[in-house]
Design a protein around this ligand. Structure first.
Ligand code: KIV
Ligand code: ZN
Length: 388
């Protein structure tokens, strides 16, 4: 049986850009949008056009530039927002309006001082109005993670009738557990009349470090779109990380789900977004962190040198990383030292290695990491008949 496609909705330029202090200008956004299109994302959420003239301009320019992906603009369930977004994206090959409203009891009471019935009316009005501008309308039920499932099903059914093509179920506060979020998707699949006319979408925040796990639980239970950002950047603890969900689906083929992402561009794209945003990638970040394919303890190094797969589940080339690295520290063993020495031109005999290794340990106890230039020094100051 063929794999089911999961659409990748990238919101690096909208939710991702909500990171404090990481503002991008239009030129930078265009470069990133171009790269996202090459990467193979299905949807680029380019911004929130009503939020500022600059954001309107960026969304408009991106809509003109992008060749393959759908270009989407965010709105509140407010007529003026929808009109402005429609204007910004009207030049796109595939335009989408993403409109919605808070649906949890706390949003209804404290943000809107409203009732569940009135919120459904506003949602339906917004979708119907957006539909007068574009065919493709995505509806978000903000704080769906804390919204009662029965009410969520009612609002989903109503907006599908009004023409919504995608239903975004955001865990806005990053509250849900994977089982809970997956069960929510399953409930909607089974209890919303007309659900076959729309795609369910996961939009998870990372406040408890569960954004990726929740998104995967969502697609296992019937969602077919994941909203995510490069490096998982976004408001507070961030959004679901694009590179993580893409590689999880790829590494678990029995799920029979896949995306159209060209994974070989992942590392480079991560670096590009990090540099443009001035936001470093944490070294231990899954898939794209500088330590993601680095091995430093002797036992692991010995295994990886013998056979990469003993300690690596992903071939680094598949995500655009040249090779795994063997980092030399005081925890490294002889196999790692011999391997790195060979890389810089020394083929050591077993006896030579024994002597050089003792010298190496003295150096390694004094510094965090042994670099190539240190290896030369260590070998040449060891009494093994190799001198400069
Ligand atoms: O987290 C959220 O609920 C959002 C919506 C605006 C889609 O970002
Ligand atoms: Zn969000």
């Amino acid at each position: 049986m063929g794999k089911d496609k999961v659409q990748i909705f990238d919101t690096t330029l909208r939710d991702g850009e909500q990171v404090p202090g990481c503002k991008l200008d239009t030129k930078q956004k265009l470069v990133i949008a171009q790269r996202l299109d090459e990467l193979g994302v299905d949807v680029i959420e380019a911004g929130f056009p009503i939020s500022s003239p600059g954001d309107f301009q960026s969304v408009h320019e991106i809509a003109k530039l992008v060749k393959n992906a759908t270009v989407c603009g965010l709105t509140r369930a407010v007529k003026k927002d929808i009109e402005v977004a429609a204007e910004a994206i009207k030049v796109a090959k595939r335009p989408r309006i993403h409109t919605g409203i808070g649906t949890s009891d706390s949003h209804i009471k404290y943000k809107f001082n409203s009732t569940r019935e009135k919120i459904i009316e506003r949602a339906v009005e917004a979708v119907a109005y957006a539909k007068t501008f574009v065919e493709d309308v995505e509806f978000y039920a903000e704080d769906a993670g804390r919204t009662d499932n029965d009410y969520l099903a009612q609002i989903c059914e109503a907006v599908i009738k009004a023409g919504a093509t995608v239903l975004n179920i955001p865990d806005t506060t990053g509250y849900c557990l994977p089982e809970e979020y997956g069960a929510k998707m399953k409930y909607l699949k089974e209890n919303v009349n007309g659900i076959e006319k729309a795609i369910l979408s996961c939009h998870c925040h990372n406040d408890l470090g569960l954004a990726t796990a929740n998104s995967i639980a969502g697609v296992i239970n019937g969602a077919r779109q994941i909203e995510c950002t490069i490096n998982g950047i976004g408001e507070r603890a961030g959004n679901t990380s694009l590179e993580e969900v893409v590689m999880i689906l790829r590494q678990h083929p029995y799920l029979e789900l896949d995306t159209d992402i060209n994974s070989k561009l992942l590392y480079d794209t991560s670096q590009m977004v990090s540099q443009k945003m001035g936001m470093p990638v944490q070294p231990n970040k899954a898939i794209v962190g500088s330590n993601a394919f680095a091995h430093s303890s002797g036992i692991h190094q010995d295994g990886v040198i013998k056979q990469r797969e003993t300690y690596e589940i992903i071939d680094p080339h598949d995500v655009g990383v040249n090779e795994s690295s063997i980092v030399l520290t005081a925890r490294s063993g002889r196999a790692a030292l011999a391997y790195r020495a060979k890389n810089v031109g020394y083929e050591l005999t077993k006896l030579q290695l024994d002597v050089v290794y003792q010298n190496f340990l003295k150096f390694a106890d004094r510094q965090k990491e042994i670099m190539d230039e240190d290896i030369h020094k260590i070998i040449e100051t060891s009494d093994v008949g190799i001198a400069s």
